[in-house]
Write a protein that binds this ligand. Structure first.
Ligand code: 5AD
Ligand code: SF4
Length: 425
């Protein structure tokens, strides 16, 4: 999401005469696009601000801006550092040129207004990826689910869906520019809903429209919400060959009691039923998840329920976190952050160990199978190999010299817990 936003910011700045540099030493303006999801993400930015302070000492004329979720959350508190000249929230990027005109050493500028309708629909993002194969397309902004641990609804505002035609247009443009894969992005793509005077487009319909651009364009999406992912969406993926067979379906916890406290609006049984539905229609569908260890009041039994759910489902991969209390959230206001850090760490380590074992199992089960890989470029480890993803999102590596953007059929011959080692057929 932040990569997508960075591309929007670049586009706005480029239209106003700015150019991009990869090196901080060359920059007149340094923007840090920030994340507030966990405290450690914010701590890293505080560390970066220290680095920017050094740079500013060396070159006093430069400007420093903090943009994104931390700007929204901390607002003018960021100015107290004495280093920051600009603070711009996720819905205010169009004001960047105006703020840059107004900013002076003794007059920092701030715009953190959230919007009900900003989707940056008309902005053509400047792609920052290096492979020219895979592009992110934002389809909605904000979030209306108030998961009790989550700061996103406060930093990114209310949910709004972007004009479906502008999404299809952008996907067609990137395809024509040579890209072969788009990832449609939203906090909860299943609640995408765009209405005009004469049509209503839900997420399944949007997927169909983007996939119809060309059979050579792969369509991915993130993130799905277990409470909202519909049979229609699952069946649309199953019946459309160029929609990739991979669903990122964050479970957060395997305990219904925890899910209730988290206000996720589904139970363990509901989640397992959605997984069963996906697997009954697409046995080969990749499935990944997010898990939080040590949420408020979590007992050993709740934790055991998470482990048993992960055991039962067998995810290909997971993003696993310790609960980090975020200021202003429901959980921070109403529940005690009562799991001691060492218990959180131990539970997280158990979750990671289980997932590593499961990943290896899931990857091993691919040995002997045939996959179609979209080549992204040379492998990082061995430049004689090339790499790219299978439809199910597993990374494949194999000897060869096909250019990025080509499709290659491979057979899986071996694996690690994160890569399929293949040979071309
Ligand atoms: N603490 C830990 N993890 C969190 N996530 C969101 N908020 C928190 C928090 N306060 C995780 C969830 C979500 C992912 C993007 O980040 O698992 O799915
Ligand atoms: Fe946060 Fe829940 Fe919205 Fe995801 S769905 S962004 S976890 S509030």
């Amino acid at each position: 999401m932040n990569v997508g936003d960075t591309e929007i910011i670049f586009s706005i700045l480029r239209d106003n005469g700015y150019d991009r540099t990869e090196s901080m030493e060359e920059a007149d303006l340094i923007l840090a696009n920030t994340c507030s999801i966990r405290d450690n993400a914010e701590q890293r930015i505080h560390g970066r601000i220290g680095v920017f302070a050094q740079e500013k000492k060396r070159r006093p004329g430069i400007l420093i801006g903090i943009v994104g979720c931390m700007a929204e959350r901390l607002k003018d508190k960021l100015l107290e550092t004495g280093v920051v000249d600009l603070v711009v929230g996720p819905d205010a990027y169009r004001s960047l040129p105006r703020l840059l005109d107004a900013v002076r050493p003794d007059s920092p500028q701030i715009d953190v207004l959230l919007s009900r309708d900003e989707t940056y629909a008309d902005i053509r993002p400047v792609r920052t990826d290096r492979n020219g194969v895979s592009a992110f397309i934002s389809i909605m902004r904000g979030c209306n689910n108030v998961c009790s641990y989550c700061v996103v609804p406060y930093t990114r505002g209310a949910e709004r869906s972007r004009d479906a035609h502008s999404i299809v247009r952008e996907a067609r443009e990137v395809f024509e520019a040579g890209y072969r894969e788009v990832t449609l992005l939203g906090q909860n793509v299943d609640s995408y809903l765009w209405k005009s005077a004469d049509e209503t487009v839900n997420f399944a319909e949007l997927l169909r429209r983007v996939a119809a651009i060309d059979p050579l364009l792969r369509v991915r999406f993130a993130t799905s919400h277990p409470k909202d992912i519909s049979d229609e969406v699952i069946e649309t993926i199953a019946s459309t060959p160029n929609i990739c067979r991979h669903i990122h379906l964050p479970v957060q916890s395997g305990s219904t009691r925890m899910l209730e406290l988290m206000r996720r609006k589904y139970s363990r049984e509901w989640y397992l039923e959605r997984v069963a539905k996906i697997r009954s229609v697409m046995p080969d569908c990749g499935l990944t998840t997010d898990v939080i260890a040590g949420f408020c009041t979590e007992t050993e039994q709740d934790h055991a329920d998470t482990l048993s759910l992960m055991e039962e489902v067998g995810f290909d991969w997971a993003f696993m976190f310790q609960y980090s209390e975020r200021p202003g959230t429901l959980a921070q206001r109403h529940y005690p952050d009562d799991i001691p850090p060492e218990v959180k760490t131990r539970r997280l380590n158990e979750i990671i160990a289980l997932q590593n074992r499961k990943s290896l199992e899931r990857y091993r089960a691919q040995i002997g199978k045939v996959q179609e890989v979209l080549v992204e470029g040379p492998s990082r480890k061995n430049p004689a190999d090339i790499c790219g993803r299978a439809s199910n999102s597993m990374m494949c590596v194999f000897p060869g010299s096909h250019p990025a953007g080509t499709y290659v059929r491979v057979r899986v011959v071996d694996c690690t817990s994160a890569t399929l080692l293949c040979e071309e057929i």
